[in-house]
Design a protein around this ligand. Sequence first.
Ligand SMILES: Cc1cc2nc3c(=O)[nH]c(=O)nc-3n(C[C@H](O)[C@H](O)[C@H](O)COP(=O)(O)OP(=O)(O)OC[C@H]3O[C@@H](n4cnc5c(N)ncnc54)[C@H](O)[C@@H]3O)c2cc1C
Length: 302
Amino acid sequence: MKPPAFAYRAPESLQEALSLLADHGDEAKVLAGGQSLIPLLSLRLARPTVLVDLARIPGMASISESDGWLVMGSMVREGHAERAPLVGRLAPLLSAALPFIGHPAIRSRGTVGGSLAHADPAAELPAVALATDAQLVATSAARGKRTLPAADFFRGFFETALETDEILTEIRLPPLSEGTGVCFQEVARRHGDFAMVGLAASVRLANGTIADAHLALTGVAPQPIRASEAELALIGASPTKAVFEEAGQLATRGLTPPSDLHGSSGYRTVVAQVLVRRALRVAALKAGADYEELDSGRGDLR
Ligand SMILES: Cc1cc2nc3c(=O)[nH]c(=O)nc-3n(C[C@H](O)[C@H](O)[C@H](O)COP(=O)(O)OP(=O)(O)OC[C@H]3O[C@@H](n4cnc5c(N)ncnc54)[C@H](O)[C@@H]3O)c2cc1C
């Protein structure tokens, strides 16, 4: 199908883009990489009368470091972030997740901000934002800038805290503490498909025990979720198979993942448990856990 008719605007400054959003309210939609919005228009699942293209606004695709934080403009293309050495150094969990998004052609257009603002329940980057305690900066003409923790940003099925007159302008990822290992894992039907279940994980070890753990699941709920109960149980524990097995159980307690023709709710639950065990193992090894101690005992976590 062809998209319904719309006016196309390509402002050359952020101020101009914000004014357009303020003037047109929910009739307007921001266009970033177009990898999700254009298909929605073609299927007539979205019918904005004005598209506000962010591509010509200078300064929205920069990647920099500030006090150890990774600071990215929302128009950074996924492929650019994937190849940027600074992202690899400051935000290895983001680097680990990016190659799972679609295919190189999609990542060459799709933007980091677009993926977060779109908030697909099976997308990788919202889980990374949640697991890293990212801060998301929203800007509007009327109220200026406000900074939202990722935990407050994702509100539900394709729903975020962004107001209709706001643009997500910046994404900030805090520095990783020393002794932290990270891992992103997912199960999809084919490489490049949206995840059936995905997991962004980090583990910090201090004196051989777990000092901190972050686990964010995608594909199991209307929005990405932190496995807080499992995270709490991990703190102070030794990185062992039994502990990670238990964390997998705790991470899925009370969850009812969606069922569809690709997999039942029960199947997704088991996949989530397996991913938690596997990702914790990899992250703990990267954090310096003892390989033999971690792998001693019964079972196979690989
Ligand atoms: C074949 C295919 C496979 C894909 N596979 C995956 C996958 O495996 N995993 C995955 O996560 N994604 C996947 N995607 C989606 C891809 O990652 C998109 O790039 C991303 O979801 C949206 O980013 P975008 O820049 O293209 O945004 P757009 O499509 O331009 O916009 C998406 C939505 O976000 C809003 N928006 C965008 N930027 C902003 C902003 N800065 N401020 C406020 N609102 C904004 C738009 O108004 C729109 O509602 C796939 C896409 C395709 C076509």
